[in-house]
Write a protein that binds this ligand. Sequence first.
Ligand code: SAM
Length: 152
Amino acid sequence: MDFWKTCADFYDGPILEMSCGTGRILLPLSQLGYDITGVDISNPMLAELKQKILNCPHDVRCKIHLIQGNMVDKILSGNYNLIIFAVSTFLALKNDDERLACLKSCNQVLSDNGVIILSNSKFETNIIRPTALEEANPEKEIIIEYGNDKKN
Ligand SMILES: C[S@@+](CC[C@H](N)C(=O)[O-])C[C@H]1O[C@@H](n2cnc3c(N)ncnc32)[C@H](O)[C@@H]1O
């Protein structure tokens, strides 16, 4: 979670989380004050997330938007500074055609200085280098952090 908080602090919102699941990352980021939209294909996962959101204060609930659908399809709207794919969710897409369609869709809703961050690690907290974000070109560069999946 620290990894994504660092990214959000650096790039600011609005944030789009692809494959948000039950909100492991989305909820803490919204509680920190970021506007965040979560996309997920699974109705049961989103239903669980909606239950958690109901328990959040009104000001947090207002910051969360959910979209049910396949991230490969053109289901996005808005303008985001930060688009995130956690825990290998991007690599879980079936093939390069799907990955390309998904990235094109993200690009449509990425702000001029926005970035897409893909993680292929289960434990993002351990892979951020302090200077990694400063080194990245903020002009729609796709940052791929190749991490170490071992929990320290
Ligand atoms: C391992 S969970 C990760 C959830 C969350 N990002 C996290 O880090 O806790 C993977 C999620 O990806 C969703 N998912 C899988 N394929 C998807 C697709 N094509 N479009 C949208 N969501 C998808 C699943 O429904 C599931 O909720």
